[in-house]
Write a protein that binds this ligand. Structure first.
Ligand SMILES: [Mg+2]
Length: 171
């Protein structure tokens, strides 16, 4: 079960918020496909007291654009050391690392897993990441894994029913 107090959720992008596919147009401009259910999950997490941050090894405008759309304030792109950078996110937000969860899919996420309080692997993560995880989603990256991770955390915090009433009370 997740630490009930998780206050910061750090998301990798490729293979977590996407299925790992990299679209490149004929001008060489990268593009990515995000999942709308993940997006709603992120809004719910924020609304119910979990800050969300992005930590990715690549750099692209589409990631910043998606972050802006979802009100994700803390974005680190071009990370060469996710262990050091997740600590930097904790310093910026003032949230201790033990109250921080990381969602990852591949080997560059392991240094962040080594320090994060709670580690979540997407369903199609590589074996090494799955072995290091506290929780593995059933859904693969880009297909609702982040939504599932958020639902897992909000349920652990006893906030999921309240999250549902946001929708069921809309008459
Ligand atoms: Mg990845």
């Amino acid at each position: 079960m997740a630490d009930i107090e998780i206050q910061l959720l750090v998301l990798d992008v490729d293979g977590v918020l996407t299925d790992g596919g990299l679209y490149v147009d004929d001008k060489g401009k990268p593009s990515k496909k995000f999942n709308v259910k993940d997006g709603l999950g992120i809004k719910l997490a924020q609304r119910f007291g979990i800050q969300v941050a992005i930590l990715t090894g690549k750099t692209s405008h589409v990631v910043q654009h998606r972050a802006n759309e979802l009100g994700i304030e803390h974005v680190i792109q071009g990370s060469k050391n996710k262990g050091g950078d997740i600590n930097a996110l904790c310093e910026t937000t003032g949230i201790p690392i033990r109250l921080t969860a990381m969602v990852g899919d591949d080997l560059p996420d392991l240094p962040a897993f080594a320090v994060a309080g709670y580690k979540i692997a997407v369903g199609d993560a590589v074996d090494e990441v799955k072995h290091a995880a506290s929780f593995i989603t059933t859904k693969p990256g880009g297909h609702g894994a982040v939504r599932e991770a958020i639902e897992h955390l909000l349920k652990a915090q006893g906030k999921w029913d309240a999250a549902l009433t946001v929708f069921t009370n809309q008459g």
